[in-house]
Design a protein around this ligand. Structure first.
Ligand SMILES: [Zn+2]
Ligand SMILES: [Zn+2]
Length: 384
């Protein structure tokens, strides 16, 4: 089975929602009903469905992330896998990496029922060892993700922010090669350069010393051979106008560095918009309470209302009640450029709230005059 993340074309950190959306899009495009007789689409449709079967299920996805491809095979036993892993760790593994991988070369300790799945494993490992040696080509870096909280004002107007992200950076000592500068690779003494170790009978396994590459190098003292070192980068980022909670802003080339000269990955900035003390958000529309006086409500008035882009003049029609909504067209959240929704700019609703003057003898006298003017019970329409 192929790596389900690359089959769907999503990053390892993709959300369940994102995976579902990507799968739906691909499935729609590739469905055999849409492409009758197209073998290629059909193959790809099967691949995509198999990938979603793993990644669309939180439990299967977690197992895949932990144990890799082996977790997707029929009869995979999480309990046993953990037991193997524990034993391998107890045995010291094979020098770092996934201890589950390290255990593959050991003989004995498993019952015959497990033999078939173990054999399958060894076989796939051998292939991947060969594949790895063949693939000395550039590999793109991983995408990284960071999150940032912004004010509603920034979401409407856009903003520039400085953030710090922890990400791997190319090791400055070895320039990412992982080898001690000036050292030359030598043939692996454990496997003699084949990348595989015979463990008796049919069995052979990827050489743990050279990881199947057939060569070993003197590791770089700074990064220990990884080719990358952790870095905290300060980045200036532009928040485009129109972001919402859950929006992702892509910063091209700001992810992890590529291998062997490959392109760096991208950094995705996940946006969360802080709640505003007075402005409410409904989709792309905003609403705001605006206090007015009883006279402004009765006689009508021209008042100023605040918007994120400055105050605007607003006509209050005569005879307005509290709760009346006046629309300021196009003063809501802007359309997000390159956004997925393609929603147009929202509106700002100003909700009128009649405010009484402070209590005083005069105020009560004025209110008593108003009281005589109601034609019926003010609460007559409130019926439950
Ligand atoms: Zn290094
Ligand atoms: Zn070797």
């Amino acid at each position: 089975m192929k790596d389900p993340y690359s089959v769907l074309g999503v990053s390892k950190s993709a959300s369940a929602e994102e995976i579902k959306k990507t799968y739906r899009k691909l499935a729609k495009k590739l469905h055999p009903d849409v492409n009758p007789g197209d073998k290629k689409s059909e193959e790809r449709f099967k691949e995509v469905s198999a990938a979603f079967e793993v990644l669309g299920d939180p439990k299967k996805r977690a197992l895949f992330d932990e144990f890799g491809e082996v977790a997707t095979r029929p009869g995979f036993d999480e309990q046993k896998a953990r037991e193997w892993q524990r034993q391998a760790q107890a045995a010291g593994g094979f020098g770092g990496g996934n201890p589950f991988e390290g255990f593959r070369g050991r003989s004995g300790g498993f019952d015959p029922e497990d033999l078939s799945s173990m054999f399958g494993d060894i076989f796939s490992r051998r292939q991947s060892g060969r594949a790895r040696r063949a693939a000395a080509e550039p590999a793109p870096g991983d995408d990284a993700e960071a999150s940032i909280e912004v004010d509603l004002r920034d979401a409407v107007l856009g903003a520039e922010r400085e953030i710090s992200v922890n990400r791997p950076a190319r090791c400055p000592e070895c320039k990412g090669s992982g080898a001690r500068p000036g050292s030359k690779p030598t043939t692996c003494p454990q496997c003699g350069g084949s990348g595989e170790i015979r463990t008796g009978g049919f069995f052979s396994t990827t050489c743990p010393r050279c990881n199947g590459e057939g060569q070993i190098r003197d590791p770089c003292p700074k990064c220990g051979g990884a080719g990358v070192v952790p870095e905290t980068a300060r980045l200036k980022v532009k928040i485009p106008p129109g972001v919402e909670t859950g929006s992702r802003v892509r910063l091209p080339g700001q992810g992890a560095p590529g291998e062997r000269g490959g392109e760096p990955g991208d950094l995705y900035l996940r946006i969360a918009v802080r709640e505003h003390p007075t402005v409410r958000v409904h989709g792309r529309d905003l609403s705001l309470d605006l206090p007015i006086s009883p006279e402004e409500a009765l006689a009508g008035a021209e008042v100023t209302a605040p918007t994120f882009e400055g105050a605007v003049k607003l006509k209050i029609p005569p005879g307005s009640q509290s709760g009346r909504k006046l629309r300021l067209r196009g003063r809501g959240l802007p359309a997000l450029k390159g956004g997925t929704t393609g929603a147009p700019r929202g509106d700002l609703y100003v909700v009128l709230q009649i405010v009484m003057p402070p209590d005083s003898r005069e105020a009560r006298e004025a209110a008593a005059m108003l009281q005589k003017l109601y034609k019926s019970d003010v609460r007559k329409d409130v019926v439950l």
